[in-house]
Design a protein. Structure first.
Length: 224
């Protein structure tokens, strides 16, 4: 009985999602996202599962949305851009993510790398992210409740590091934990407006590329 009543509603949401997701993909393509693997991930990861039900109708807009604890789920364009920037031309074996948040970026990136290590300082968010990834059947991610400024020493070096919170300068520990030829992307700059940078390690040198302006919540210290 309850099934009969719920079914039309559920499929209704499904159809709307498919259309609005395609619109989002189109927008990302227009903005320069090219890698079909990345576009497929944005198409297939159900972003509405990562936000509060009250916001689910806006889940496929290309915008950041609140996820509680004063944090936001990243904008799909930025997630796509960062994912593309660290996975370009291959499949990094080991990747590190700082700032799991609700786990959306984690879910987009995970199948495009061998193993993903993800650190979040707010336990409530991390618990939810763990649960969402389990629901999606994503199994190659290890989570840690810690201050990401220190990186994840025991698992270093990493082929890719993705920093999902704004910093004035990339933490030294993260630079040290990047393997030879590895790539790190991070929003660098003051609150409100940062430059998305990609650093590629060549020995003791870090080749620096600018990927455009972004706006992230700050990388903080300590746990919560
Ligand atoms: N990409 C995430 C959102 C990132 S928002 C998503 O898709 O949901 C930035 C996240 O970084 C927030 O959850 C914040 O709590 C976390 N963060 C900030 N400083 C941190 C630190 N030092 N270590 C670990 N996580 C941190």
């Amino acid at each position: 009985m309850s099934n009969e009543r719920e079914e039309p509603t559920r499929s209704g949401i499904g159809m709307t999602s498919a259309r609005t997701r395609e619109r989002l993909i189109q927008r990302l393509v227009e903005q320069g996202i090219r890698d079909p693997r990345v576009l497929d991930r944005i198409r297939n990861v159900p972003r509405h599962l990562f936000v509060d039900e009250a916001l689910s109708s806006r889940a496929y807009e290309d915008t950041a949305l609140p996820i509680g604890h004063g944090q936001t789920i990243s904008q799909p364009y930025v997630v796509a851009r960062m994912t593309e920037a660290v996975t370009i031309g291959g499949v990094p074996d080991k990747a590190l993510e700082i700032g799991t948040g609700c786990g959306y970026q984690t879910a987009v990136l995970a199948p495009l790398v061998g193993r993903l290590y993800s650190i979040e300082r707010i336990e409530g968010l991390l618990d939810r992210a763990r649960e969402s990834l389990k629901v999606l059947g994503i199994r190659n991610v290890r989570f840690k409740h810690a201050d990401g400024n220190a990186g994840w020493q025991s698992q270093a070096p990493f082929d890719a590091i993705l920093v999902a919170a704004a910093t004035h300068a990339v933490p030294q520990k993260l630079l040290e934990q990047l393997g030879e030829g590895g790539r790190l992307v991070a929003p660098v700059g003051p609150e409100g407006r940062q430059e998305l940078l990609r650093l590629t390690r060549r020995g003791d040198q870090y080749l620096r590329e600018r990927l455009g302006l972004v706006s992230f919540v700050p990388l903080l210290g300590g746990l919560s």
